[in-house]
Write a protein that binds this ligand. Structure first.
Ligand SMILES: Cc1cc2nc3c(=O)[nH]c(=O)nc-3n(C[C@H](O)[C@H](O)[C@H](O)COP(=O)(O)OP(=O)(O)OC[C@H]3O[C@@H](n4cnc5c(N)ncnc54)[C@H](O)[C@@H]3O)c2cc1C
Length: 290
């Protein structure tokens, strides 16, 4: 396994922004993952793992970290009885495909979440009333100090939140699914995807929801729309005219452009609704929001 320097992280985020990683490695097995963590420990570098970068804003100036991207057996998925056993780097789409082929239901809600199983654990990804905490049996978490299986309770999963910290790598997950006819899974998935397409900018470069929904009668998107933010642009980044809780990379956006839009959105939501919006997107590196 190579440890490379200066790999541009813009190639690893769906929004397409972000500077270089001080060091970058793509471990393909548990042994390689442990080697990478040991290398970082010896060099005194903190570690962060990226999945599909679909909920990630990385500092334009880069990050002084070892950034890991799981591959090989750490990104594979297979069915074992009614369990789906997957690497932490396995894309949700692959997991859903395997589950459907084995006529196992439970993962359908993840059809419109373009991430990995590990990224999903990190923030208890969810949609349409379901989330990771409802299907996750346990996750195998590896650190430089040791590794072990953790339950959803031990991971502290709540609304778009876990207690995981950088340096803790979700290397494997087990999802508990249940029998469902393949055709029924296909029909549900097609319906959910059509609903997504009708309301969200699914064909643009974004990082998913910018802010968590506040405890308010309006969701974050409706609130920002009411603030007149649809179409608001800073540099190459624009607030989606389809859904105001999305930022699109319209043309050469930077993370700084996205952050400027986020600050403006928070300011207007505070002034108009007295609500302090909390970002859902994960920030990596020296990134200042307030
Ligand atoms: C069009 C679009 C629609 C979306 N819709 C939804 C939705 O409906 N619901 C929803 O919840 N999210 C949604 N998202 C956001 C995103 O897809 C999810 O948050 C997803 O779970 C992130 O997974 P990822 O693998 O891309 O993680 P990344 O974005 O790569 O990383 C997110 C965080 O997880 C950490 N992480 C990633 N992998 C690991 C690992 N193996 N071990 C430890 N830490 C790790 C990273 O360090 C980072 O802090 C959407 C995004 C897009 C672009």
């Amino acid at each position: 396994m190579k440890i490379e320097e200066g790999v541009a992280l813009s190639g690893f985020t769906t929004i397409g922004t972000g500077g270089p990683a001080r060091a970058f490695a793509a471990p393909k097995s548990l042994a390689e993952l442990e080697q990478a963590l040991e290398w970082a420990r010896r060099h005194g570098l903190p570690v962060a793992t990226v999945g599909l970068g679909s909920n990630l804003l990385v500092a334009d100036g880069g990050v002084e970290m070892l950034v890991l991207k799981l591959g090989g057996e750490l990104a594979a998925a297979a069915v074992d009885g009614e369990l789906l056993v997957a690497g932490g780097g396995a894309p949700n789409a692959v997991c859903l495909h395997r589950a459907r082929a084995a006529a196992l239901g439970g993962l359908e809600f993840a059809c419109a979440i373009p991430g990995t199983t590990g990224g999903g654990v990190w923030m208890n990804a969810g949609a349409y009333g379901s989330d990771w905490s409802g299907i996750l049996a346990r996750a195998f978490v590896v650190t430089a100090e040791g590794s072990g299986w953790l339950t959803p309770q031990e991971l502290g999963l709540s609304y778009r939140h876990s207690e995981l910290r950088h340096g803790q790598v979700v290397a494997r997950v087990e999802f508990r699914l249940s029998p469902r006819p393949e055709l029924e899974i296909r029909t549900v998935v097609a319906d959910l995807q059509a609903r997504r397409k009708a309301t969200q900018p699914t064909n643009k470069r974004t990082f998913g929801s910018v802010f968590k929904n506040p405890e308010h009668e309006l969701g974050a998107g409706a609130m920002l729309e009411a603030c007149g933010l649809k179409g608001h642009r800073v540099g190459g980044a624009v607030i989606s005219s389809r859904h105001a809780n999305f930022i699109e990379n319209a043309d050469g956006a930077t993370t700084a452009d996205c952050l400027a839009l986020m600050r403006e959105a928070r300011r207007r939501a505070r002034e108009r609704f007295g609500v302090e919006l909390v970002h859902e997107v994960e920030l990596l590196g020296p990134v200042e929001l307030s």
